[in-house]
Write a protein that binds this ligand. Structure first.
Ligand code: DC
Length: 222
């Protein structure tokens, strides 16, 4: 099986790029952030905030997270419920970042991610795919861009969806999440050994996709 690990900070364009590349290659696109978001939703529904003042493990013992593909689209199921439509809010973004810093949560989601890569050719998008989940991935990429560029992209994306959001709030959320994701003790966001840094700052979507496909064709087929 071929696995392509795509790590990087929030809003770097990983998901749109990975989805498009997966389609071209006939691979499955796995958005691992959605798994952390589903766990974040669970804790939010139980009434906890990002401080997570609770015992994590007993809650995880009563939690089921799974991925199913409906057509080409990944759907995340939390305790049997399709929660795709509920996990993209700013509140759940912050909850996902909070739960993702907890070792039991990372351990809880690890095997599901590895199993998907054992059984399918995948492009897996996340923060620790090349460093922890799939250290032997065929290709490891670290996709990045400046915080302001990422905030601008996320802002436009949310506006298109009709969300009532402010650019400054998004930028500040991105910076907070970057800090959390790169400074946590477990599986911090960083370039994997043997990873290639792919900076999308100056590239629009089409240029970034073309550059990504070039790297994939060169590195995966050699
Ligand atoms: O990619 P995203 O914004 O949907 O991710 C939501 C949060 O989950 C993000 O703050 C970091 C965390 N995450 C992680 O720690 N490891 C992953 N493999 C994917 C996401």
């Amino acid at each position: 099986m071929i696995s392509i690990a795509l790590d990087g900070p929030a809003g770097a364009g990983k998901s749109t790029l990975a989805k498009a590349a997966a389609k071209k290659l006939g691979f499955i696109y796995v958005d691992t952030g959605a798994l952390y978001r589903a766990v974040g939703l669970k804790f939010s529904r139980l009434g906890y905030n990002t401080e997570l003042n609770c015992e994590i493990e007993p809650i995880l013992e009563n939690t089921a997270v799974d991925i199913r593909f409906i057509g080409e689209e990944q759907h995340v199921f939390l305790d049997g419920e399709d929660v795709n439509a509920l996990i993209r809010t700013p509140e759940i973004s912050m909850m996902a970042s909070a739960v993702s810093a907890r070792p039991p949560v990372r351990a809880f989601l690890l095997e599901l991610q590895r199993k998907l890569a054992r059984e399918n050719n995948v492009i897996m998008d996340g923060r620790d795919i090349g460093t922890v989940v799939l250290p032997d991935a065929t290709l490891k990429l670290f996709v990045t861009a400046a915080p302001e560029t990422r905030a601008d992209r996320r802002y436009k994306e949310l506006l298109e969806k009709g969300a009532d959001v402010k650019y400054d709030d998004i930028l500040s959320d991105i910076k907070t999440r970057d800090y959390n994701d790169t400074h946590r003790e477990i599986a911090p966001l960083k370039v994997a050994e043997g990873g290639i840094v792919f900076d999308t700052d100056e590239l629009d979507f089409n240029a970034a996709l073309a550059a990504l496909m070039e790297i994939i064709n060169k590195e995966v087929k050699k």
